[in-house]
Write a protein that binds this ligand. Structure first.
Ligand SMILES: Cc1cc2nc3c(=O)[nH]c(=O)nc-3n(C[C@H](O)[C@H](O)[C@H](O)COP(=O)(O)O)c2cc1C
Length: 192
């Protein structure tokens, strides 16, 4: 809930980078959070990779109140007047990163990210690529300088993840941290 007792609205976008499991784990966590309303977007490539890596369609994912088509510029998150706490793109391709860095707004994912930056709301990009080329690094710096948070899909191992689910869940918790949201069960170095 926000200070006015309203449910917090969050945009979650899935693009076509490897790491669909991170999106699944983040949505599972958000689905367990009271007072949270998730509006989701997925690119065509995101849909393909989700199917390929997890055998799932977007509609199979938990925690989403409403799906919007990535080409639908009438979706509420396309306007700064719509109230959102913030946005996370997970996983985020280098193509989407580049579009955001350049302010292209070619689809509603890019546009919503642009809106978050101009409205000074948290925008978290779980960029995934390896190795990183010069344009990727430059675009990350551009988005960072514009106020976005680059949170590459680089999971930690010091908490000794039991399995892949645990690894991805802990990374999803770190994404919530970056959005300023509560992340129950996140194993922190030094404890809570
Ligand atoms: C299985 C698969 C894995 C991919 N992994 C990555 C990746 O890790 N990072 C990346 O930047 N692009 C990756 N791509 C390529 C993107 O999906 C492609 O550039 C696409 O145009 C991105 O569009 P989007 O940003 O609108 O989702 C992958 C594609 C496939 C099919």
């Amino acid at each position: 809930m926000n200070a006015a007792g309203e449910r917090r609205r969050l945009v979650v976008a899935i693009t076509g980078a490897s790491g669909a499991i991170y999106a699944c784990k983040l949505l599972e966590r958000l689905g367990r959070m009271a007072g949270m309303e998730v509006h989701a977007l997925i690119s065509d490539a995101g849909r393909q990779v989700l199917r390929l890596e997890a055998g799932l369609a977007p509609e199979d994912l938990p925690g989403v109140e409403k799906w919007f088509a990535a080409d639908d510029f009438t979706a509420p998150m396309a306007s700064g007047s719509a109230r959102y706490h913030g946005m996370v793109i997970v996983p985020c391709t280098t193509g989407t990163l580049a579009a955001i860095a350049a302010g292209l707004s070619r689809n509603c994912i890019h546009r919503a990210a642009d809106v978050m930056l101009k409205e000074r709301r948290p925008l978290v990009l779980a960029v995934r690529e390896t190795p990183l080329g010069r344009s990727h690094l430059e675009n990350m710096l551009r988005v960072h300088d514009a106020g976005g948070i680059i949170c590459p899909a680089m999971p930690a191992f010091y908490h000794r993840p039991a399995d892949l689910d645990d690894l991805a869940d802990q990374f999803a918790g770190r994404l919530l941290d970056q959005l300023g949201l509560h992340a129950p069960g996140l194993r922190r170095w030094g404890g809570d």
